[in-house]
Design a protein. Sequence first.
Length: 167
Amino acid sequence: KHPPQMAPNPETFLDETLPLMLDVQISANHIEKSAHGLKGSAGPSGTDADQWRSMLLRFGTHSERLREAVASLTRYLANGIVDWDKIRALLARRGVAINKHPGVRPLGVGEVLLRLCAKTIATLTGDELREACGADQLCAGTKAGIEGGIHGISQFFEENECEGVLI
């Protein structure tokens, strides 16, 4: 079904300069703000968002020390190129099968800790992220709910015999 793995042809890569990488300063306060909005089920570690939120917010100085440690990890991930061996476990996924009629769709549930780090980085660098992505990443910074609009237009298009829809 899938072709065997092979090294990519160097000519397929764009020959452009990368944007300047600026250090992102992340503190325990940033982690605390992001922790309030954590949601979701557990990855391979078995620790879900409710447990992480509790550990990060409810245990006084112990939670403060954990937030400092998570902030340090997030700075490490955001401000350099990290070897695969050092983040392999963090990027692991728990496989889940979603029943889709007909068939089954595989889904990988990642670690809540990685989601927390990513959410904090995206919050702090959101403006730069939207500027860098521009039109290449059409949903950069778009709030949730756009998918419902797409489904609505698709349904309208299928129900009515038309060649196109003018929005």
